[in-house]
Design a protein around this ligand. Structure first.
Ligand code: ATP
Ligand code: MG
Length: 259
């Protein structure tokens, strides 16, 4: 049974960075489990933060299919072709696999890519113990139902009222969309001061505050240098605190309640 973890939040709040901390945490603490990470942001950059190459993207595969004059090789349905290419494109790495959505060209293409991605997430998630989805900024992905069911939903806010209010809107929309969600948490990231000023706003979200991650100079430096944060962050404040957050929410694979 797989456990799906999705991350959402306003732009630039740290979804991708925390996805990477999460993947690092999972591969260390659940080393016998298989982990698939999905970069569902058309502006793919999770691979860079994770320090792995991107072989191909879902969009790239669909383009390849569209470019085949005579369609897929005989005996292969379109879906089979897509699955086969995805299997080849999933970058197998150091304890996790990565699939990226890629950027569709032109308007109107998102629908098709999304429905393919949705189908792939459904299918692939059965083959992995953990599926981690790093979403694009905002709430579009919820309306497009990229993730139908989520076991653990982390909504990330930066250290601002606007960020916390966006987290509430995302949480509300997830409810309205009637997504199946096991546990929903707020994480406040890049806090470089006292959280008490945000307390009221956080309370209004109705979300459980899983924890606070401080602004971490090490992350900033690695990011500026274009370096992966995996393996380079052993003793940083942020990764230490993230480990504590996972412990405090008593995260276990058994938490998977939606399937
Ligand atoms: N705790 C932190 N300390 C210092 N810098 C951080 C921290 N978290 C994230 N950052 C930096 O903030 C920037 C935005 O982070 P990130 O790309 O993870 O956000 P995002 O929510 O995924 O953005 P987008 O909405 O564009 O996908 C990056 O430069 C990242 O290195
Ligand atoms: Mg991101």
């Amino acid at each position: 049974m797989s456990h799906t973890i999705a991350l959402a939040g306003k732009g630039g709040t740290g979804k991708t960075t925390i996805s990477a901390l999460l993947i690092d945490y999972l591969r260390k603490t659940q080393s016998s489990s298989s982990i698939l990470t999905i970069d569902a942001d058309p502006n793919s950059n999770l691979n860079q933060v994770l320090g792995v190459e991107l072989n191909d993207t879902v969009v790239g595969i669909l383009d390849k299919l569209a470019g085949l004059k005579d369609g897929p090789p005989s005996g292969m349905t379109k879906n089979r072709f897509i699955e086969y290419e995805v299997q080849n494109s999933v970058s197998e790495s150091k304890g996790f696999d990565l699939l990226a959505m890629g950027r569709p060209e032109g308007p109107g293409c998102y629908c098709y890519v999304n429905s393919v991605l949705r189908g792939l997430i459904d299918k692939l998630s059965k083959a992995y113990d953990f599926v981690v989805i790093d979403n694009e900024a905002g709430m579009e992905h919820l309306s497009r139902r990229i993730e139908k069911s989520i076991d653990t939903f982390f909504i990330i806010s930066d250290y601002s009222r606007v960020g916390v209010r966006s987290a509430k809107r995302i949480s509300d929309l997830a409810e309205e969309m009637k997504l199946k969600i096991g546990s929903k948490y707020l994480i406040v990231n890049m806090a470089d001061g006292d959280i008490s000023l945000l307390k009221e706003e956080i309370k209004k979200t109705g979300l459980k505050l899983a924890g606070i991650i401080p602004f971490d100079k090490e992350i900033e430096n690695l990011s500026l240098a274009g370096k992966s944060i995996i393996n380079n962050l052993e003793k940083s404040k942020a990764s230490g605190l993230f480990t504590k957050i996972m412990a405090s929410i008593k995260f276990t694979q058994k938490e998977a309640v939606t399937k």
